[in-house]
Design a protein around this ligand. Sequence first.
Ligand code: EPZ
Length: 416
Amino acid sequence: MDSIQIDGGIPLQGQVRIQGSKNAALPVMAATVLINGRCLIENCPKITDVFQMQTLLESIGCRTWWEGHSLRIDATDVYDYRMPREAVKSMRSSISLLGPLLARNGEVFLYQPGGCVIGERPIDIHIHAMECLGVDFEEEEHYIHGTAARLTGANIFLKFPSVGATENAIMASVLAEGDTYIYPAAREPEIVALCDFLRRAGAIIEGDGTELILVKGVKTLHEACFRIPPDRIVAGTYITGCMLAGGSVFLGDAPVAQMAEVIKAAESMGVTFQDNSEGIFVQAPERLKTAGHIITGVYPGFPTDMQSMFLAAMCVADGKGILTEQIFENRFHVVDELRRMGARIDLRGDSAYTDGVLTLTGTDVHAEELRGGAALVMAGLGATGHTVVTGCEYICRGYENICRDLRELGARVYSI
Ligand code: EPZ
């Protein structure tokens, strides 16, 4: 898919079912390495990050295959602890294999996953957590090599509640000798999903979803089947699509309980919601009100992954707004492209200051990363005229079929 073509200005009308969560599926896939057997992951999103994680798993001896939207992973024959450099460099989430490989093999050889356009994304917190459990590392410029005769339960203090580091600490300690406390742990729903999967496999974990997690080491884990929960960021993306294009949509399976801050921010801009056990109904106002000041934070705060999409919506709100990004140091890439669509945005330090215009104007824009790309598609839905979004490979990393979903919501959008 080279580009996404959008004829904007058409209010959305329709319903769509929200796909499984990318950020839940990736750590669960990595955690299957802890199990000497077969696991079944249901409702797994068919996105490029999942396909790349499959490649990484197969490079160390796992077998993986699809059964519809279920992914089966057989980690019986994990024979290696090294992954090919090109596979690791192409996806940051390869770092999720750090904990499982150390727990399984007592050794890991991992090329530094490196940063991406939204930030340098170091792994020092991951390394610290592993060292607490007894891992020795030799770090070279391009790779890390970790070894541990035996992983031993420990009290792990994280300097920041990193999502990935919390996940690695949990996965490395489930088979460790003794108890492990992780504090302050990340509280994201994806942490709870990972722990739900691991408990199904026999792990003993308490406190996930809070800042203090206890993992009681067990001798072994067994095969498990797990259903990936719906993706709260994809659901939030389509809410912003409705905010920008207008209209009303129903988002089936939307994980409403995990979206409080997003819903609150949208309501402050005049959006109304009705939720039920099936999902959430979204009604956009004629004109969005200003959001005031939105500040991203760790869960349950306003999610950084929703920042670019809300920035696009704020660009057509009635009045000025401020969006402050506190999690990543370089996550305003979409600003230049939104300005090319007529947005009035002023960047000052970690904040974007918006002055709403009546509508954006369709033009050719380019995505440089996943959520910025999604934001440009949402902006195109509300813009007058035709918008062409290139750089779609980034969008395919997290959205199974954004064009199909948006067409179900009544948008005139297609990919070529
Ligand atoms: C996860 O990334 C998500 N990815 C990200 O989603 C999400 O934005 C992020 O959590 C925050 O919610 C997946 O789950 C696959 P962090 P992760 O470790 O684990 C710094 C998307 O769009 N940090 O919580 O990498 C780091 O640089 C993606 O779906 C260190 O300094 O996030 C960042 O500034 C983007 N040292 C902050 O912490 C470390 O060792 C948050 O990172 C680790 C992180």
